[in-house]
Design a protein around this ligand. Structure first.
Ligand code: SF4
Ligand code: SF4
Ligand code: FES
Length: 322
């Protein structure tokens, strides 16, 4: 059927909504309709996209005023006679049509101190408990669509706040690193408060509402970070404890300070031990699945392969058939 669309056309000097009647088929998403518009009526309509699978975070736009991914918004969510209005993200400067300049976010990303690996541990020797991985795993789902950044009123309505405010996407990054058991920096909270403008956030949860990855930005990242900032600054017992047990003082005095330390061959008893499977004498792993009696699912190696694979086809230590 034909559906009515209004699409914003223009550039940094200004623009307006243009009306289109476009064919829509069952099962299509808004990005399909934009592609049909480009193919049939307006070949110069600018729109950013890559994966059409909700994973690259490129096709962020505002659809009927709601920040959404074009490729994840089904046409069936609108009533048959509803006009669908598509506009660019409002918080960022327009380049052309539906494409905005999101460099603000990359500048904020550069300002966020990177993961600081623990001293003396080589890449590949990092060891973490699964329970610690799970805490921050949620934040790693971020596809950097910047819908949360676009929605947050702190910058959406106040251009002047952009310098001091990093936004929800970077609060989850700060929280993720703060929860990371191997991150050697101890100033994540101070940076979030003083460098990223965490105090501007008044927990409206609008960022959480629009996140296509359903990351609980406010409940699981921002609020815990705010609580830890408050604990650190105002709780008299924590302040006293910090005065007595400050990690840097203890370390300066040459004492070992218990923390989530990466396991190494020299790990003393009482600390976390390596949890990866043991390597064979030739430095390769045993792969138990190859000798398991039940193979699960279709073989990724193709139909004509029998198990176990011949040793020359594998790059790991082959299990002893006995
Ligand atoms: S909860 Fe905070 S970061 Fe999220 S939209 Fe509201 S003010 Fe912005
Ligand atoms: S937190 Fe969610 S809304 Fe924000 S950039 Fe990441 S995926 Fe997008
Ligand atoms: S095109 Fe990749 S998220 Fe929509």
């Amino acid at each position: 059927m034909k559906r009515h669309f209004r699409v914003w056309r223009g550039d940094s000097s200004g623009g307006d909504l243009e009306d289109f009647d476009v064919e829509v088929n069952e099962g299509e998403v808004v990005l399909d309709v934009i592609h049909r518009l480009q193919a049939t009526q307006t070949p110069d309509l600018a729109c950013r996209w890559n994966c059409k699978a909700g994973k690259c975070g490129s096709c962020s736009m505002e659809i009927n005023g709601m920040p959404r991914l074009g490729c994840m918004t089904r046409m069936s969510t609108f009533t048959a006679d509803e006009t669908v209005t598509i506009t660019p993200l409002r918080t960022f400067p327009v380049i052309r049509d539906l494409v905005t300049d999101v460099s603000f976010n990359y500048e904020k990303a550069r300002e966020t101190p990177a993961f600081a690996p623990p001293a003396g541990v080589a890449p590949g020797e990092y060891r973490m408990q699964q329970v610690d991985v799970e805490r921050s795993q949620e934040f790693r789902k971020c596809i950097e669509c910047f819908l949360c950044q676009n929605t947050c009123h702190v910058v959406r309505d106040h251009e002047e706040n952009k310098e001091a405010f990093a936004g929800p996407r970077f609060f989850i990054r700060a929280a993720e690193l703060d929860m990371h058991p191997l991150d050697a920096r101890t100033d994540r909270k101070q940076h979030a408060q003083q460098g990223q403008g965490l105090g501007f956030c008044n927990i409206t949860k609008c960022c959480t509402e629009v996140c296509p990855e359903h990351i609980k930005i406010t409940d699981n990242a921002i609020i815990p970070m705010k609580e830890r900032v408050v604990d650190r600054r105002y709780d008299p017992l924590v302040r006293l404890g910090r005065k007595i047990f400050r990690r840097d003082q203890l370390e300066a005095a040459g004492e070992s300070v218990p923390r989530a330390t990466p396991a190494t061959a020299e790990t003393p008893s009482g600390r976390r031990l390596p949890e990866s499977p043991a390597l064979g004498p030739d430095g390769r792993l045993d792969i138990a699945e190859l000798s398991a009696p039940i193979q699960g699912g279709p073989s990724p190696f193709g139909e004509d392969i029998t198990f176990p694979l011949p040793p020359e086809r594998v790059t790991y230590h082959h299990p002893d058939p006995s």
